[in-house]
Design a protein around this ligand. Structure first.
Ligand SMILES: O=C[C@H](O)[C@H](O)[C@H](O)COP(=O)(O)O
Length: 228
């Protein structure tokens, strides 16, 4: 996963997207270091009187939102007006997400939003998607999905935890295969092939889902539409 961007650039992107949050909204709260800046900015606005509820996409974003004083809601109870989320790579209107293994819940919340804003630093932008695609799998399907990914031309690696022996376990109790396909010519076709595999809970290809991207730098933020 690409982790090269500066924190100042991520902060600029997150704070720019947070400016789109308006009174009365239900806001999807993304996961990761860039979305965290948006959550903190929303928290400061709530402190100053903004009336919103947040719909977290992970244990991490839930905790941060609570620490920031953002009231929370379940997806069952609200309709999400705006989602703000990070990405591991962005090419055209497509994203790879899941560097923090949160892509299943992120996709549910981001896809349900009326508007989905991506926040990123310039290191995330690419001509074509080529970072490994995280695929969340039911534990019993780890080997069968790995074999199927291999058949699709990918190279799957079980994601290992950094500070414990053994694999990363997602917020949903599943495992993650990071699947390296090299440059992806047709993200929509690969997304559909991965989604069709028995035992795949969700993959990290977000095809034509995002409306806008806020790319932060130390000199400012560029905002551009990703889809009509
Ligand atoms: O699972 C995690 C998410 O998809 C993140 O939004 C993504 O990995 C980007 O994270 P960061 O902003 O920390 O690079």
């Amino acid at each position: 996963m690409k982790q090269g961007g500066s924190d100042a650039a991520k902060q600029a992107a997150g704070e720019s997207a947070a400016e789109a949050v308006e009174d009365g909204m239900a806001v999807g709260l993304g996961t990761g270091s860039t979305a965290a800046h948006a959550i903190r900015a929303i928290g400061r606005a709530v402190d100053a009187g903004l009336d919103v509820v947040g719909v977290p996409t992970s244990f991490q974003s839930r905790q941060l939102a609570r620490d920031c004083g953002i009231p929370l809601a379940d997806l069952d109870d609200v309709s999400v007006d705006l989602a703000i989320d990070g990405a591991d790579e962005v090419a055209g209107g497509n994203l790879v997400k899941g560097g923090g293994a949160a892509h299943a819940r992120e996709k549910i919340v981001d896809a349900s939003a009326d508007r989905f804003l991506v926040v990123a630093d310039p290191t995330k932008e690419a001509e074509s998607l080529s970072v490994p695609v995280p695929v969340e799998v039911l534990p019993m399907a780890r080997s069968t999905v790995a074999e199927a990914v291999d058949d699709l031309g990918g190279d799957p690696t079980l994601r290992r935890a950094e500070r414990k022996d053994g694999p990363v376990v997602t917020d949903n109790g599943n495992l993650v295969l990071d699947c390296d396909f090299g440059p992806i010519d047709d993200p929509a076709a690969l997304a559909s092939d991965l989604a069709a595999l028995p035992g795949v809970v969700e993959h990290g290809l977000f095809v034509d889902m995002a409306d806008e991207i806020h790319v932060g730098t130390t000199d400012g933020v560029t905002v551009r539409a990703l889809s009509e």
